[in-house]
Ligand binder design. Structure first.
Ligand code: PLP
Length: 391
């Protein structure tokens, strides 16, 4: 069966050149980077070269990169690290209502520990307004954390404007850039961020490795107690093959990003305009233009996203829904809810996230298959009423 993978915001396949770069570090160059002998020093050298590559990719200095186990750990380290290092100064944190759970659930946890969190609203496109950030600042605000690109709808936040405000008010600013790194330009200085999270497996690197950028002079408390790895900010023997993979993935992303983004945008436009032409009553969720070049979230009126997903899977097409199936009940996506999308339409949403391996043929295959599935599901839907049929 033909397989079309359109779930690249969930994870991406490892680039063949990334895998090639990693292999020696499972074999002959297996040393512990903390060891003083030859084996250790070879590993250490690779670790530091990767640190340079990751830093260069986001406009940082090597000493400002902390390797972690991925985006989730980077978000935890940034937010808890800043919160606990600064709790004598204040207890207030500002975030948005559409963050990834790696940020939202950390904030919820901190609320139980005596911190106060403001969850900023978003407009119908999923944008946070810089004015709302400014208005939320209190004398005891110690951190602002707003994601760069949303993983469900792809909307890009006015991160430069928020960064300017944070800098002017001397409040630490973290951004979860897991989805934007490698897809659109990311630069820690133009963003005015103090901390930035990224993850390897979203950019054709291996799973289980990521990085946190920590601007020089920013104090964070570590999450783990242990050895003096990563300048005492992240204890534990470094995942050298993983880190080498992340470094290579950043290098490749830097080389190919512009060309890749152009290609993805053309494919995404083909998909969006095809859906709008072939399927009636579809609606875009997210900003029409201020959006990642690979992410398309559409609502199909009168259809359950979950049913659509399963039917597409039977045809070899992998997509995702925003709704997470928790304990048997379908909860609408917190992102779409915050954007004010009608709950019924939110339940009928699908996320198509494109990647470097997708082709026009893939898109045309999806378009050929999906309209029949939608028609079939709508025919048995108690909710659907065609907007073009007479009432
Ligand atoms: C995937 C993702 C994460 C989590 O990263 P992991 O490396 O899978 O832990 C965090 N934030 C966003 C926006 C993501 O898309």
């Amino acid at each position: 069966m033909r397989r079309v993978y359109l779930d690249n915001n969930a994870t991406t396949p490892v680039h063949p050149l990334v895998l090639e770069a990693m292999i020696p570090f499972f074999k002959e160059t297996f040393g512990n980077a903390s060891s003083v002998h030859y084996f250790g020093q070879q590993a250490k050298k690779a670790l530091e070269e990767s640190r340079e590559k990751v830093a260069a990719f986001i406009g940082a200095k090597a000493g400002e990169i902390v390797f972690t186990s991925g985006g989730t750990e980077s978000d935890n380290l940034a937010i808890k690290g800043v919160a606990y290092a600064n709790r004598a100064k204040g207890r207030h944190i500002i975030t948005s209502s559409i963050e990834h759970h790696a940020v939202l659930n950390v904030c919820k946890q901190l609320e139980k520990k005596g911190f106060e969190v403001t969850y900023l609203p978003v407009n119908r496109y999923g944008e946070v307004s810089p004015e709302s950030v400014e208005d939320a600042i209190r004398p005891d605000t110690i951190l602002i954390t707003v994601m760069h690109a949303n993983n469900e709808v792809g909307t890009l936040q006015p991160i430069d404007a928020i960064g300017k405000i944070a800098k002017a008010r001397q409040i630490l600013f973290h951004t979860d850039a897991v989805q934007s790194v490698g897809k659109v330009p990311v630069n820690v200085d133009s963003f005015n961020v103090d901390l930035l999270s990224l993850s390897s497996h979203k950019i054709y690197g291996p799973k289980g490795v990521g990085a946190l950028y920590v601007r020089r002079g920013t104090r964070i408390l570590p999450l783990f107690q242990g050895g003096h790895h990563e300048r005492r900010r992240r204890a534990g023997t470094e995942n050298v093959p993983g880190v080498v993979g992340l470094g290579r993935a950043c290098e490749l992303a830097a080389e190919n990003m512009d060309e890749e983004a152009g290609k993805l945008l053309a494919l995404m436009d083909r998909l969006q305009s095809g859906l709008e032409r072939k399927v009636e009553d579809v609606l875009l969720n997210g900003h029409p233009t201020k959006r990642l070049p690979n992410t398309l979230n559409m609502s199909f009126a009168g259809v359950e996203g979950e049913s659509l997903l399963l039917n597409l899977d039977m045809e070899g097409i992998a997509v995702s829904t925003g709704s997470a199936c928790t304990s048997g009940t379908l909860e609408p996506s917190h992102v779409l809810s915050a954007m004010g999308v009608d709950p019924q339409l939110a339940q009928g949403s699908l996320r198509f996230s494109l990647g470097r391996e997708n082709t026009e043929e893939d898109i045309d295959y999806v378009l050929a298959v999906i309209s029949d599935i939608v028609k079939r599901l709508r025919a048995i839907s108690p909710f659907y009423k065609s907007s073009s049929s007479p009432s």
